[in-house]
Design a protein. Sequence first.
Length: 212
Amino acid sequence: MSQDAERPPRSTSIAVGFVVLVAVAFVILRKPKPVSPVVPPSAGSVASFNGSGPNSAAADQLASAMAELEKLPIAEGPPLAKIQAALEGAGNADKGFKLSDGRDPPPLPSDAPRAIRIGLVLVRYQGAQLAPQEAPAREQALVRAQTLSALAKTDFAAAVKAGDFGSSLDVGRVERGLIEPGTQYVLFTMQPGAVSEVLDTPRGFWIVRRIR
């Protein structure tokens, strides 16, 4: 048998390498964050989220995976292009640290719950984490989110139906320390049954209804 016959086709090698890189990126993105007491964000906490602190190793791994993905030819198939576009927003983690007026969130009140249950209307935009390639620009998405926010005040179920994939009447239990401090403060100080204004998060615009 010749050496060429034993060598796997180039397309197979690319596919295998692609699967490995996507798996690495998926693990990095899905790695759960440890639950810790909420403290007001500081320059150091923002820096660590952007890859210059304790999370820098994970950020470097993701950047390396993205660089390798970009080396693969787009002509190999549309799934590669879609996954590349989706991962480009994975480092967009500077949203949600502050309140909507730009202030640092204060500590949660002593009577704030340890966990809440929420419903969510999601509106993604270009640059948000895991946003699809065809996602609109942030400005366009904001207009749509504001429209859905007004609808959510009177008919949350209809707003969920009109939201992006990932919207749900009940996304389940959310514990302290799993989301950004600014977003967390808003959600954990809402009254059950209340609906939030539009919240800008690394994953896109959120409109949240607190269930309990």
